[in-house]
Design a protein around this ligand. Structure first.
Ligand SMILES: Cc1ncc(C[n+]2csc(CCOP(=O)(O)OP(=O)(O)O)c2C)c(N)n1
Length: 366
């Protein structure tokens, strides 16, 4: 069975830039708010393009492009409150941008100049993880801790908290993800499972991973599942807002399947032309998440060519800044590796560390 047709999802803005009514969901923002989302999507795309180019020039070890997934990321991020916690996988550059995460630090992770450890104060945004699906267990644990700390379902809605976690279609085949769904359901954990179904898990298509649309799996675990047009920033924000409010109220988890497309490579290490046709890419280009918002706002008169030119200039300036930030990142102190394994470093590791430091120093002397 093929994945379900497009009309099965929540859509509030079609690819031509026309507003669409939906019986259950509506966008609560103004056209000015939507222009802010357009700016966020354009700048996310620029950041992603700069990082991809930096990897090609050898300045980053690897980069997972977010091209095409800007609406899913920016829309969902707009619904996140300061009291919420975000548990991303590794492609959520648009979420990081909207939440004000220091993008220089993000580049550092891929340049190898930052230790990938836990930063609880960094905009409630956990650092990227590469273990597919494992972070969903963490997100459910965090949600259950919020419950036990009395931060869910209280009388003041602004004080309540939830967790939103991001993962891909391929991750849904992992045991960790399914176990997370069971736990979240059993304990009514305040977690929004935000799946970006970008149609591919590296070279494996979604049709091979799931014989039913992914959002329908939620019913089997006992919580709601909603499929949203992942290239529609309005719909992504509206559905995520609903799901997060539900979670903060104490009504439990939701699975959101944002139906989107990875227009770039899985990472800079693979070549998608080896496993998918250009016709598919062309079909998704016609559903570009940015172009439809631009078309709508130009027609509304909210933005004009001058506004777009100013945005292009801002994007150029930021691009320059990000390039300079990246190459200016400090060299890491590699001896720190050993300091971060145990609270008290065992003797054998201290010996290894000292050997390594001496080995490195031998190159400097030569
Ligand atoms: C536990 C685990 N198994 C395998 C891998 C290798 N791997 C890296 S990315 C990936 C595919 C992930 O696809 P998906 O979940 O759809 O996310 P996307 O990259 O498309 O955003 C795999 C199998 C891994 N990183 N972790």
């Amino acid at each position: 069975m093929a994945a379900a047709a497009d009309e099965d999802f929540v859509q509030l803005l079609d690819p031509a830039g026309n507003r669409v009514e939906h019986p259950d969901f509506s966008y609560s923002g103004s056209d000015t708010d939507l222009a802010a989302s357009l700016r966020d999507m354009v700048l996310t795309r620029r950041f992603d393009a700069e990082a991809t180019a930096l990897q090609r020039k050898g300045e980053l070890g690897l980069w997972p492009p977010s091209l095409g997934q800007e609406a899913a990321q920016v829309g969902s991020a707009k619904a996140i409150a300061d009291t919420d916690r975000i548990v991303p996988s590794y492609r959520e550059h648009g979420v990081a941008w909207v939440r004000g995460v220091d993008l220089k630090a993000l580049l550092g992770v891929f340049r190898g100049s930052a230790m990938v450890d836990y930063h609880p104060d960094d905009k409630n945004f956990n650092l990227y993880t590469w273990v597919i699906g494992g972070h969903l267990l963490l997100s459910v644990g965090l949600g259950m801790a919020m419950q036990r700390d009395g931060r869910v379902g209280g009388p003041d809605p602004d004080a309540n908290s939830a967790v939103i976690t991001y993962f891909g279609d391929g991750a849904t085949s992992q045991g960790d993800v399914n176990e997370s769904f069971v736990f979240a359901s059993s304990f009514g954990a305040p977690v929004v499972f935000f799946c970006q179904n970008n149609q591919w898990a590296i070279s494996e298509p979604i049709a091979l991973q799931s014989k039913i649309p992914l959002y329908r799996r939620a019913a089997g675990f006992g919580f709601p599942g909603v499929r949203v047009d992942g290239n529609d920033v309005l719909a992504c924000e509206a559905v995520t807002r609903w799901a997060l409010e539900r979670a903060r109220r104490g009504d439990g988890p939701t699975l959101i399947e944002a139906y989107t497309y990875r227009m770039g490579a899985h990472t800079t290490s693979d070549d998608p032309t080896k496993y998918r046709g250009s016709d598919e890419l062309d079909a998704w280009r016609a559903k570009d998440p940015i172009e439809r918002v631009k078309a709508y706002l130009l027609r509304q008169g909210t933005i004009d060519q001058r506004w777009l030119d100013d945005l292009a200039a801002e994007s150029d300036a930021l691009g320059e800044q990000w390039r300079a930030d990246c190459v200016g990142l400090p060299e890491p102190d590699l001896a720190q590796w050993w300091d971060r394994v145990y609270a008290e470093t065992p003797h054998a590791l201290l010996t290894q560390r000292d050997d390594f430091v001496a080995y490195r120093a031998s190159f400097e002397e030569a």
